[in-house]
Ligand binder design. Structure first.
Ligand code: SER
Length: 324
């Protein structure tokens, strides 16, 4: 049977890059991007979907005869704390809508992203195991922990093939994150390339699990490609990339930009980071579907800087052309 994919939240940091990879894999015309509104000059099939509206999701699923849904829309950890009840409402409602439409329309596979935000004080900080106790302290984390259990419930109760990954902070040059606690690890590279001073909202030694975009996308596609019987964890899989602190990235950046300056001005996001793991154990993902990260801090830094330089150079050329 032909695979037709619907990506919900296709404008986001992960969604935009994942949509591109899915188009390469399944063909341009078999991947439908959706979000609250299209980006300017969007190329490819796009449908406007507010995922809190179940009827709209149904309409698109029926119209295109969708067989897989990637549900990437959510309000992240830091942003979510501004309006806790609204965050809960949006994160859960959109998930329930996706699960229900998937059940009712016999969707083959569903992807639901979870996060290191599911962990709290009850989990060990180092090499946090997949089955650690979950007592998240942010509403985003609470919604992801609940979501994981709902994913497992739909699998057990209805046989819906929902698969999930607990992403670490995702670092990529292709898109910008928004509203997360790990966002500094993308912003810092932009500032380095622009040769500006970086003000970091976390402390210099705030070590968090991180992953390069290429690894995060590959993990998602490998998990979704794995034979159903290999997926032993139906809540969500820990995946590790690397772990580092702001001071360690700064040091790595200075190898290329010796004058790079960073100031530490921790805000409420430091309290969120304090309760998240320093590093996570991803043995289950390795054993069940062969997960293995490829990028370390040095290769991430080299790639981020090279790609962002290219982007900014192209951007300034465009600006010059526009002016002339
Ligand atoms: N990157 C996310 C955040 O910081 C974690 O899933 O909220």
């Amino acid at each position: 049977m032909k695979t037709i994919v619907l990506v919900i939240g296709a404008n986001g940091q992960l969604g935009s890059v994942l949509t591109q990879s899915l188009r390469e894999k399944f063909g341009e015309s078999n991947v439908i991007a959706s979000d609250l509104r299209p980006k300017d000059n969007y190329k490819g099939i796009f449908e406007t979907i507010d995922a809190t509206d179940i009827n709209r999701i149904k309409e698109v699923v029926v119209q295109y005869q969708v067989t897989q849904i990637y549900h990437l829309a959510a309000i992240l950890s830091a942003k979510g704390e501004e309006t806790p009840l609204r965050t809960w409402d949006i994160n859960m409602k959109t998930l329930f809508n996706v699960l229900e439409v998937s059940r009712l329309h016999n969707i083959d596979k569903v992807f639901f992203p979870s996060s290191i935000a599911v962990f709290g004080e009850g989990a060990p900080l180092n090499d946090t195991p997949n089955n650690a106790y979950l007592d998240p302290a942010t509403v985003y984390g609470i919604s992801k922990a609940a979501g994981e259990n709902w994913a497992q419930y739909y699998f057990m109760r209805y046989g819906l093939d929902v698969r999930s990954i607990r992403y670490p902070g995702v670092i990529g040059y292709q898109s910008l994150p928004g509203g997360g606690t790990t966002d500094y690890a993308v912003d810092i590279y932009h500032k380095a390339v622009l040769e500006e001073k970086f003000s970091c909202f976390l402390k210099e030694d705030a070590t968090l699990p991180m992953i390069f975009m290429e690894d995060a996308i590959r993990a998602t596609i490998e998990l979704m490609d794995a034979p159903k019987e290999d997926i032993k964890v139906r809540t969500s899989y820990n995946i590790a990339g690397i772990s580092f602190s702001p001071a360690e990235v700064a040091q790595e950046i200075r190898k290329l930009y010796p004058d790079f300056q960073i100031a530490y001005e921790p805000d409420f996001r430091q309290e969120i980071a304090d309760r998240w793991p320093n590093s996570i154990d991803d043995t289950s993902a390795m054993n069940d579907w062969g997960w293995k990260p490829q990028f370390d801090l040095t290769s991430i830094t080299a790639t981020m800087i090279q790609k962002l330089k290219e982007k900014y150079t192209a951007g300034s050329k465009n600006l010059e052309t526009a002016k002339s």
